[in-house]
Design a binder for this molecule. Structure first.
Ligand SMILES: [Zn+2]
Length: 332
């Protein structure tokens, strides 16, 4: 079963999390594989999307925010878009649009950053939006500090976390056709670090020493975390990973989250949403599709569910309640 584990390093301003998506990840892959229009994801795309889903789960679990966290990559290569969405209850879904062929050993730049136009976006979409409130979106380039194309999603996201939260973060991500997993290590703000008012010289020196001392702790833990291999992350259970990496550290573990309290697959699509989308197309476009095909069929990219609207359904979509003929509401 998919699980999320949170832990603290006792007495140090460092926290961590491990996510292992098994059933939830396999469900996403199985639904895609059974979609006859697309077929299964090519292996490199599945790996990217799995890493995105694991990372989005860690990022959602790492913030206090009542709304969806949506991690998207807009690509300029064979992968046009890849999306992973995680809600505060850790329900998650993911999808990618792939056009054309890609090599079996395609790396991140080959998939989404061929012409230097690829970008990554992180959106926080509040659950209860106030009128006129927009979701918060941060856009992250797929380039490093020296302008080099980044090869690893974890590098892209570490940049983002440093910029947006001003917190040092280390991410290790991995995915295959069974497991999508990730380890996050984050340095917490040192108490009083941002409080510079009224510090005498001696106080200031003291706080500097504290900060440097604690950074050393973070650096040591980060080096240990970074030694985790892809193979270990994908195949070992969480207890074994934590023992192997941090056997000299004192960890405080929280109750693991699994089942419906942990990361689980769920899709939020529904007939009403699809109807709204068709309304957005406009009556002319809808009627031309109906004339051509007899009905309007829309498939959900995330879960594969098909929604079918015939001419009568479509007419209802474009009929405002006030315009309805007597008895129309009975037509089902
Ligand atoms: Zn769906």
């Amino acid at each position: 079963m998919s699980e999320l584990h949170k832990f603290l390093f006792d007495g140090l301003p460092v926290r961590g999390m491990i996510v292992r998506l098994t059933d939830a990840w396999q469900e996403i892959l199985a639904r895609r594989a059974s979609n006859t229009a697309t077929g299964a994801y090519p292996a490199p795309v599945a790996e990217l999307l799995g890493e995105m889903t694991a990372a989005a789960t860690l990022m959602q679990a790492n913030i206090k925010f009542n709304g969806a966290l949506i991690l998207q990559i807009f690509g300029d290569g064979p992968v046009k878009i890849a999306v992973a969405e995680v809600k505060p209850d850790l329900s998650l879904r993911a999808t990618a649009k792939v056009v054309g062929e890609l090599a079996a050993d395609a790396r991140l730049p080959d998939m989404v950053n061929v012409k230097n136009k690829g970008r990554c976006a992180i959106t926080l979409d509040p659950k209860d939006k106030l009128p006129g409130q927009q979701p918060y979106q941060g856009v992250v380039p797929l380039f490093g500090d020296r302008g080099e194309k980044l090869d690893k999603l974890s590098d892209v996201l570490q940049h983002y976390m440093l910029q947006s939260e001003q917190l040092d973060t280390t991410l290790v991500l991995a995915a295959d056709d069974k497991v999508a997993a990730g380890l996050l290590i984050q340095r917490l703000p040192v108490k009083g670090e941002a409080n510079l008012e009224g510090t005498s010289r001696s106080d200031h020196d003291q706080s500097n020493e504290d900060e440097i001392g604690r950074n050393e702790d973070y650096n040591r833990i980060t080096i240990l975390a970074s030694s985790l291999t892809r193979d270990e992350l994908l195949t070992l259970d969480v207890d074994t990973i934590l023992r192997r990496l941090f056997w000299e550290e004192k960890l405080l573990r929280f109750e693991p989250q699994s089942g419906l309290l942990g990361p689980h697959f769920a899709c939020t699509c529904g007939r009403t949403r699809v109807a709204n989308m068709i309304r957005g197309l406009g009556v002319e476009e809808a009627e031309s599709i109906l004339a051509e095909r007899g009905d309007i069929e829309v498939g959900c990219d995330f879960c594969g569910k098909q929604y079918r609207f015939d001419a009568v359904d479509a007419a209802q979509i474009f009929t405002a309640p006030g315009d309805q003929m007597p008895g129309t509401a009975l037509v089902q």
